[in-house]
Every structure is written in C-alpha cells, then in structure tokens.
Design a binder for this molecule. Structure first.
Ligand code: NAP
Ligand code: G4F
Length: 346
C-alpha cells in the first residue's frame, strides 16, 4: 500500500507516518520549502527506505498535480496540511483560506481531473462547531456529526469549506473521501504556540531555572512580569483566556482513527474525541501539580494579547459513531496526557 501525507512535518503527519510505516506502507510525505529545517518530527524516518520526502505546497494547484502525476499508483491520500493556528488565522485570514480551505479543493479537484481512484482523508476540526452544541437527556452539552457548524474564526471558516467540499466531491464524483472531525489532540510533538505545549514548555524551563539557581523551595519574590531569586529572574507565564473548555486527547491515538476511516468500505464523516472536557485552568492545575509547583497564581500573567477577537467557549465531543463503526476508543485521559507531555520535555 502507498500513501501520500500532506502536512508531514506537523504533529499529526509525523504520527501518521509512524503508524503507516509500522503497517508496512510506502509513505510519501509532502513538505513545503522553508529557509530553515522543519523536519525535526520526522528525523527518525530519514533512513527508512519506505519513506520519501518530497517538496510541495497544497495552495499551488500545479504543485498538487505534479505530486499526483508522479505518484499515480497511490492508494490513500491524507490531507493534514493547514495553517492550523486559530489565533494566527485572525491575523492572516487570506493565507489561512488559501492553505486550509482552497488547498483541500485543489487536492480534490486534481483527483477528479486526473481520474484518480485513491481514497482521501480530510483533517476536519471541532473548531468548525464554534459556538454551536447540542444538549443530551442529562442536560450535558456535546457536539457530534449532526451538530450544526457555526464557525467562529477564519480558520474554522476555511475548515468548514473543506469539510463541505469533501461531502460534495464524495456525492458528485463518487470519491472515497472521509472527514475526521477531530477535537483537540496534543502530545510531545505538539507545536509550542498551542496552549498545552506552551504551558508544558514553561513549566519545564522554569524547573530547570530553579535547579540552575540552586533553589529547591518556591521563590516568593515576584515583580509584575518576573519571578526573582537573588539577582536572577525568570519571565512569568503569559496566557489569555483560561475559561474556555477543550476536549483534549492524545495525537498518537487519533491518527489510528484516521487510518480506520480510510479502511471503511463506505466513506463517511466521524467525530474523534475523548468525551470529557476541561478548562485551560484545569490543564494548568493538573500540570503544575504534577510538576510540583505550588503558588502558581504568582507565576501567571493574564495578557490581553493572547485573547482572540472571537472565542470557542465549549468543546466536548461525542464519538459514539467512531466507537460503533470503527471500533475506535481513546486510550489517554487528560492526566495521562499531561504526564506524557511533561516527562517527554523533561
Ligand atoms: P500542525 O502541527 O500545525 O501541522 C500542519 C502541517 O501543515 C505542517 O506540516 C505544515 O508545514 C503543513 N503546511 C502548512 N501550510 C502548507 C502548505 N501550503 N502546503 C503544504 N503543507 C503545509 O498541525 P497538526 O496539529 O499536525 O494538525 C494536522 C491537521 O489536523 C491540520 O489540518 C489541523 O488543522 C487539523 N486539526 C488539528 C487538530 C489538533 O488538535 N491538532 C484538531 C483538529 C484538526 P510547516 O512545517 O512547513 O509549517
Ligand atoms: O491550544 P489552542 O491554540 O487550540 P485551539 O484554538 O483550540 O485550536 C486547536 O484545536 C482545534 C480543534 O478544536 C484545531 F482545529 C486547531 O488546528 C488547533 O489544533 O487554544 C486552546 C484554548 C483557546 O480557547 C485559547 O483562547 O486556549 C486558549 N488560550 C489561552 N491562552 C491560549 C492561550 N491559546 C494559545 N494558543 N496561547 C495562549 O497563550
């Protein structure tokens, strides 16, 4: 079996490549040209002769066509490429549209034009729900495949367009195209500007600074922006909205669901999540406790710079369909995920 993965240098691309190579696939990873090396997450694959890295950009249709023409024997195409940062999408909406929205259309249309019969996976997102949710018989809020999409960011608008494109190309052209509506998933390979990894990185750097400062008890001297020991100082953790709820799972679990979707006889859309939700404050509490840092209120600054023009307040998925039809289950709860991330960074 042969697969193309766009977004190979990202968190999910690297996990999915690991999974497919374990299954003895030939994997072609598409990476865009960059002035610095972006392949840290896939360095361990460089000597694997079943793995090939090629240059390409999904926002450029001729690039997509070249990739497909050069790999016309491909069985599965996973589109994980995106400008995936929600806050950035407010600052660079057109770029986000070109990559995250139009990029998916470029891939689907190229499949039609080249008459390809490969199966297609699209990385849809719980961010598409925005402020929308349903309420179950116990009065609990949740989102599933039937929940209305009400995007609250340029990123989510682009993801909704791509999500609908998958449905239309499936119906109109009979493409085996599925969308995974994945809720937030994290892990040691998560980018450092997403809130979980930002918190984990700060904790680990702070612990190292404490050790270097030869200080084993918590320093109570603080200025507005810094924690101070003698003449040495360490910047406080600067965050935005701590009240939003997220349904966080482990990225390594979630790429298995992607693969399972593509193996089904009939293409479809599936929610992938843990079914539990926590605030950013909860994540901080669990992570600080695990790292043994008390008095954390003195170490955090709420900075308006990290607030978004529009927020997604509540995400909690219901993945009954993925459980029933794919036999998929998440293996990590939040406590286990936090430990994994902190231990890996340490
Ligand atoms: P990520 O770490 O930000 O990775 C995104 C990947 O897309 C990177 O490899 C990036 O390359 C690549 N890319 C960006 N623009 C491109 C372009 N024009 N052409 C080709 N490649 C391009 O994201 P992730 O967390 O792995 O997420 C994977 C996918 O799932 C994304 O589509 C994301 O929107 C979606 N998603 C993620 C989550 C989550 O919680 N992680 C949840 C739902 C959906 P560079 O290395 O060059 O930047
Ligand atoms: O970690 P985040 O940036 O993830 P967000 O916005 O939920 O998006 C992630 O999950 C989506 C799935 O729902 C993906 F589609 C998307 O690609 C991405 O992977 O922010 C999580 C929450 C937000 O409510 C944000 O306002 O954390 C809040 N937050 C508070 N302080 C912060 C910060 N987020 C970031 N990035 N940085 C902060 O300092």
């Amino acid at each position: 079996m042969k697969a193309i993965i766009t977004g190979i240098t990202g968190q999910d691309g690297s996990h999915l490549a690991d999974l497919l190579l374990e299954k003895n696939y030939e994997v072609v990873g598409v990476a865009r040209r960059c002035s610095v090396d972006t392949t840290q997450r896939i360095k361990h694959l460089s000597s694997n002769n079943k793995f090939k890295l090629i240059e390409g950009d999904i926002s450029d249709v001729s690039s997509v066509i070249n990739i497909f023409k050069n790999n016309d024997d491909v069985d599965e195409i996973y589109n994980l490429a995106a400008q995936s940062h929600v806050a950035t999408s407010f600052k660079q909406p057109a770029l986000t549209w070109d990559i995250t929205g139009k990029g998916c259309m470029n891939l689907l249309q190229a499949m039609v034009d080249l008459d390809m019969d490969a199966k297609f996976y699209q990385a849809s997102s719980s961010e598409m729900f925005g402020s929308s949710y349903d309420v179950n018989e116990h009065g609990e809020k949740y989102q599933n495949e039937e929940t209305k999409l009400m995007p609250n960011s340029p990123y989510a608008i682009a993801k909704c367009a791509a999500h609908h494109a998958v449905r239309i190309y499936r119906d109109a052209y009979g493409i085996h195209a599925s969308s995974g509506i994945l809720f937030n998933h994290e892990g040691p390979r998560r980018g450092e500007t997403f809130v979980t990894q930002k918190i984990v990185k700060w904790i680990v750097d702070f612990k190292k600074w404490l050790i270097e400062s030869d200080h084993d008890t918590f320093p109570i001297d603080t200025t507005e922006d810094h924690i101070v020991i003698h003449k040495s100082s360490f910047p406080k953790l600067r965050l935005g909205n701590l009240k939003a709820f997220r349904d966080w799972g482990y990225a390594g679990d979630y790429v298995e669901a992607m693969w399972l979707m593509v193996q089904q006889q009939t293409p479809d859309d599936y929610v992938v999540c843990t079914g539990t939700t926590h605030t950013i404050q909860d994540f901080i509490d669990i992570a600080f406790q695990y790292a043994g840092i008390s008095e954390f209120k003195k170490t955090i600054v709420i900075d308006p710079e990290f607030y978004r023009p529009c927020e997604v307040d509540y995400l909690r998925g219901d993945c009954s369909k993925a459980k029933d039809k794919l036999g998929w289950e998440p293996k990590y709860n939040l406590e286990r995920l936090v430990k994994l991330m902190i231990d890996a960074k340490l």
